[in-house]
Design a protein around this ligand. Structure first.
Ligand SMILES: [Zn+2]
Length: 512
């Protein structure tokens, strides 16, 4: 038997359609764009979808035909130019790989392209058109995908992350590749059905380590053990997109049994719906959260590790500007000592600091320049404590070993004239600082700070919880805001809880 061949491509973006700035090809390049064999060498032996796929390919004696890997930090709609560049490239490479026995696509599920409404569905349809009906196509997804019927119908199987923080990227790649190989060998005949309960969770409630999502994931694993069920997915979706199909979905893959897939998806969707009230919560404002952090500091709690505040609204990992100043202003105004903040993206401030040099105190404005959702610019005089190239590899449990590129980066020490001191990491690139290695790369042991603000909703937990004395989720403003009711939608074609107060009995009778 000649070696089986699997075509492999990655094109991933979580699109926040409320962000004014489109996502360009340079944004993908900044995060990491790789082609051909480079795709494999970059991700082999990392905790990533491609890393996991490589492992199974090697074990199964399958040859990988890598096309391209491109991912950008969540943000505005993907420009027409960038979208066409990557999709054309994938389809061209696929046409040249005419003897591929299977296709593995690593996508996000919440991409929106300029002039379109669904980045993934049309791409997978086009892939299907090239390879025909007999070559299996398996798609991996982030659990924050908003999934369309076109995507579900074009792929043979969908395999989504099962954790948030996403610590199972490698595992997702392994499961997808195993499923694909079994389908290529005719051992299984995957079929997928989806249900969409009308639910938009508060984002911090999507944490799979506790609460309703932990319960739902456990239920999904129980259903997965049933005869004929290959894969049960639970996706809370991504509410920062004004497209009709945002929100929860439960796509299920079975072995040639559409009725079982539908019934299982339905069962999971009904369980999610029955828990809908536990997906809504109350969280402190920035002012309250910093006050609480100071209290914990005064009480000596932070002696065993920093009190970590999650700046949810300005999380660049959900499309936040990353130049928000609301939490920084609170730290300075409340005079918090020995605090740190990761990060503020402000290329102008970086330039100014690098020109002035280490040990100098340039003054000027910091942050607040992108839009009016993330606070005003702050006038500062910051001591330049360190300058770096902004590159490091993650050491925490999420995307372990994967390269982070902040662009040129400086650490500024800001005092407000009173007792407070805040170490602020200022970067050229917009990146979610979910891995605590970011502190070590600028010369700070994060364990030694008392109060640490991280622009992240939930991912930071994987790396920061082990060193934190307490974590506080902050209901801060911005494009990453946790509550869908803070956004104005024009494209929704159905009622969604909690935007709409839907009576409990509605969902079981509801059909899309
Ligand atoms: Zn995600």
């Amino acid at each position: 038997m000649s070696m089986e061949r699997v075509f492999l491509a990655e094109f991933s973006h979580e699109t926040n359609t409320f962000a004014a700035t489109p996502t360009e090809r340079d944004d993908f390049r900044n995060r990491g764009e790789f082609s051909g064999r480079e795709v494999l060498s970059e991700f082999e032996e990392t905790n990533s979808t491609i890393g996991g796929a490589c492992e199974v390919a090697e074990a199964e004696g399958v040859d990988l035909l890598p096309s391209v890997s491109a991912e950008a930090t969540p943000g505005g709609v993907v420009s027409k130019e960038a979208y066409e560049f990557y999709t054309d490239r994938i389809l061209e490479d696929l046409r040249s790989a005419s003897d591929a026995d299977g296709v593995l696509l690593s996508l996000h599920g919440a991409m929106v392209q300029e002039g379109g409404v669904d980045g993934e569905g049309p791409l997978v349809s086009a892939v299907r058109e090239v390879v025909g009906g007999s070559v299996p196509v398996v798609v991996t997804l982030d659990l924050h995908g908003n999934l369309t019927d076109e995507l579900v119908e074009s792929a043979d199987a969908l395999v989504a992350y099962e954790t948030y923080p996403h610590t199972d990227m490698g595992e997702t790649g392994r499961r997808a590749m195993e499923l694909l190989v079994a389908a290529m060998r005719g051992e299984i005949d995957p079929v997928t059905r989806i249900e969409r309960p009308p639910l938009l969770p508060f984002v911090p409630k999507e944490n799979t380590r506790e609460g309703p999502m932990a319960e739902l994931m456990a239920e999904a694993r129980r259903l997965e053990a049933n005869e004929g069920v290959l894969e049960t997915n639970v996706l809370p979706g991504f509410h920062q997109a004004d497209v009709p199909w945002i929100g929860f979905s439960t796509p299920v893959v079975t072995d040639g049994d559409p009725a079982l897939a539908r019934e299982t998806a339905r069962s999971l969707a009904e369980t999610a719906w029955s828990m809908r009230e536990s997906f809504v919560g109350e969280y402190p404002t920035p002012e309250e959260a910093v006050r609480e952090a100071r209290r914990l500091q005064r009480d000596g709690v932070s002696e065993s590790g920093p009190v970590v505040l999650a700046d949810v609204g300005d999380n660049p990992g959900a499309g936040g500007a990353a130049d928000g100043t609301v939490l920084l202003r609170e730290l300075l105004e409340q005079g918090v000592e020995n605090a740190g903040l990761a990060l503020v993206t402000d290329p102008g401030a970086v330039e100014r600091a690098i020109e002035a040099g280490v040990g100098s105190r340039p003054s000027g404005t910091l942050g607040g320049k992108t839009d009016d959702r993330h606070g005003d610019p702050i006038e500062i005089e910051g001591y330049v404590a360190a300058i770096t190239d902004g590159e490091f590899r993650n050491t925490g449990p999420m995307a372990t070993g994967v390269r982070t590129n902040l662009g040129r980066t400086v650490r500024l020490r800001i005092r407000d004239g009173r007792e407070g001191t805040v170490e602020v990491i200022v970067t050229e690139n917009r990146v979610q600082p979910y891995d605590a290695e970011i502190w070590r790369h600028v010369g700070v042991q994060p364990e030694r700070l008392d109060v640490l603000v991280v622009k992240s909703t939930n991912h930071y937990r994987a790396s920061y919880e082990p060193l934190a004395s307490e974590v506080i989720t902050v209901n801060s403003p911005g494009l990453g805001a946790m509550d869908a009711r803070l956004f104005e939608y024009e494209s929704l074609d159905r009622e969604l809880y909690p935007i709409d107060d839907i009576p409990v009995e509605v969902y079981p009778d509801w059909e899309r």
